[in-house]
Design a protein around this ligand. Sequence first.
Ligand code: HEC
Ligand code: HEC
Length: 216
Amino acid sequence: MASWKRQTLLALSLAGIFAGLSATARAEDAPGGKQLFMSRTCVACHGRDGSKAILMYPNLAAQNEAYLYEQMKDIASGKRVSGPDARGYPRTQAMKDVMGVVSDDELKTIAAWLAALPSPPVKPGDAAKATEGEAIYAKSGCVGCHGAKGIKPTAGYPVIGGQKKEYLALQIKEIRDGVRNNGRSKLMTAMVKRVSDADVDALSEYLSQVDRSAAK
Ligand code: HEC
Ligand code: HEC
């Protein structure tokens, strides 16, 4: 048998097994956050534990639960947009495209699971630049909303310590420049107007080296 035929048969029989399973599933077997994260495509982009993401995608582990939920809703509805990735597509677009497969209750379950996950140990980076970034963090007023080391934020605001460097730099610049203006990000826009790209680089280096596990 040609290999494509074997694969089609395998896919059909797996689909049959899954259809049978879901038909017999009862309410008390409702999937948990981890199962949903695996089955609703999230894992493909965000990695098995929400932190081993590919490219410049965010670390979701140990993030604030309410913040996670709001952001998923905003990306799904198109209120949160972003600049382009390397192929020229807005980075939020591919996630927006799959959000139809997740219900509101499932998003809440996923947010609770992600918020409770441990964040992986941070990798050492450029120590001199991190020290510079720490001073800019204090001087620019970030601490007023995101708390000491970016891990003690005002209620409902994001944890930014222990976030991925590339992702941090993109978000700081896009909130500053008004590309991202969903939720409460406008509160921050005026505050970061004078933060230069070089400052963003140092800030991102510093914050990416903070151990997020001290947030709880
Ligand atoms: C096709 C890839 C892709 C898929 C699938 C995907 N995401 Fe995302 N997600 C992204 C990208 C890229 C971003 C960051 C966008 C940006 O840079 O502005 C993001 C951002 C997020 C954020 C906001 C994080 C923050 O710190 O603000 C959350 C929460 C999130 N995703 C959860 C999920 C969940 C839960 C699923 C599954 C239902 C999912 N994502 C599916 C690519 C994806
Ligand atoms: C007045 C309060 C305030 C100040 C000051 C502030 N921020 Fe924010 N920041 C926020 C809020 C609120 C959000 C979440 C916006 C939303 O609801 O989408 C945010 C979002 C972010 C994000 C995106 C997080 C993510 O997971 O996507 C980063 C990164 C960030 N801030 C960094 C900074 C840095 C660095 C500074 C200082 C230069 C700063 N912020 C100053 C309130 C503030």
